[in-house]
Design a protein around this ligand. Structure first.
Ligand SMILES: [Zn+2]
Length: 366
């Protein structure tokens, strides 16, 4: 999940949003979606969590779900809270003696739940894998590395470069909005080029993909468990973050990524974000994500206005979490329909985006 920009919309629109954000919405009206930036919950005033939810991190509130997997490896999913944890998954792959952690939560305070689960497992943390370069998946590294100082952190070379580029801007947002977290720059993942990881002799395959909710994603496939840890290529009952796949080509590329995961024919898929009650067997999470992308395509193609498109998608997905993610995408696609902000004073004639946003282009979007 994140907040960047896609092709084909005016840079001025997002710069205006940035400019006016600190002055027009109180901090407590925000929820931080760590994908890449501040996203306004309650852009329409209805979707924000209780105001104090962002100020009282409670590691015990992390949802921990042991998954019933026979065989040499076990999985444990630890999911951030709905109010402040973005429902983001951290997954422990547990072998007889070793553990690999996949994704590290957003806030260091939220990562405490991951640390507790690792300590309770009694396993040796062998490595941490980061699935993509959105901050909600790696800013908790600060706390995890403090507890496990020697553990190597890996991701693909493309994602490592992206994280290096984006981290300074993420850090600025973090420090400005959550000073109580006292966050310093998290350790950066090392570029890992091998096609697999191993844990207690078992193989974990790395599946580099070219589009999910950000252009580079690296899910893991565990053949012995017939499981894919999907990162933000697959969501579960949560509106997709589409700001980095706003044009049809981006969504086609995301669909192609889903095809690649489907070809693995996993019996279990762990979405990067999912509602607390989400359960779907086999390929269903993947198919639901595919359907959402197609429905979004159709709604945008058939709708003349933002409200028309929003209505079509909210009717189709009335119970999906975080509707403001949908609003965020639609406001960019229908800038003429987005509610004007009387306080914004940024010039309307800002330069246009390039057709493809680079990570460097996205970073200042915070
Ligand atoms: Zn995410």
């Amino acid at each position: 999940m994140g907040f960047g920009s896609g092709a084909g919309h005016p840079r001025g629109d997002r710069l205006q949003s940035l400019r006016r954000l600190p002055r027009t919405l109180p901090k407590l009206g925000l929820v931080l979606l760590w994908g890449s930036a501040l996203v306004l919950a309650g852009c329409n005033g209805t979707d924000a969590p209780p105001p104090d939810a962002t100020l009282s991190p409670d590691p015990a509130a992390l949802v921990s779900t042991p998954l019933p997997n026979p065989g040499p490896l076990q999985l444990q999913v630890i999911r951030g809270t709905e109010a402040e944890g973005n429902l983001v998954a951290s997954t422990l792959i547990l072998g007889a003696t070793e553990a690999i952690l996949v994704d590290a939560q957003a806030k260091p305070s939220q990562a405490q739940g991951v640390i507790q689960a690792l300590q309770a497992s009694g396993k040796t943390l062998k490595a941490i894998w980061i699935t993509h370069g959105h901050a909600d998946h790696y800013f908790g590294l600060t706390a995890i590395v403090a507890a496990f100082p020697d553990v190597p952190i890996y991701t693909t070379p493309a994602i490592a470069a992206e994280i290096q580029t984006r981290t300074p801007a993420f850090l600025q947002v973090f420090q400005q909005n959550f000073p109580e977290e006292q966050v310093t720059a998290p350790p950066l993942p090392m570029a890992y080029s091998d096609p697999t990881l191993t844990i207690d002799g078992e193989t974990v395959e790395i599946i580099p993909l070219t589009q999910g909710d950000t252009p580079h994603q690296a899910p893991l496939h565990i053949p012995s468990l017939s499981t894919v840890i999907a990162g933000d290529v697959v969501y579960g009952d949560v509106h997709l973050y589409l700001r980095e796949a706003l044009n049809p080509e981006g969504r086609q590329a995301w669909l192609a990524s889903l095809d690649e995961l489907a070809a693995l024919n996993p019996q279990q898929i762990i979405p990067g974000h999912a509602s607390p009650t989400y359960q779907a067997p086999g390929l269903e999470p993947l198919e639901q994500t595919r359907q959402y992308l197609l429905e979004f395509d159709r709604a945008v193609a058939e709708s003349a206005t933002l409200e028309e498109a929003r209505s079509a998608l909210m009717t189709r997905y009335p119970n999906y979490r975080y509707p403001f993610l949908l609003d965020s995408a639609l406001k960019t696609l229908y800038p003429e329909d987005a509610a004007p902000d009387p306080s914004q004073d940024f010039p309307e004639s800002a330069p246009e985006d390039s057709p493809e946003d680079s990570p460097e282009d996205l970073a200042p979007d915070l």
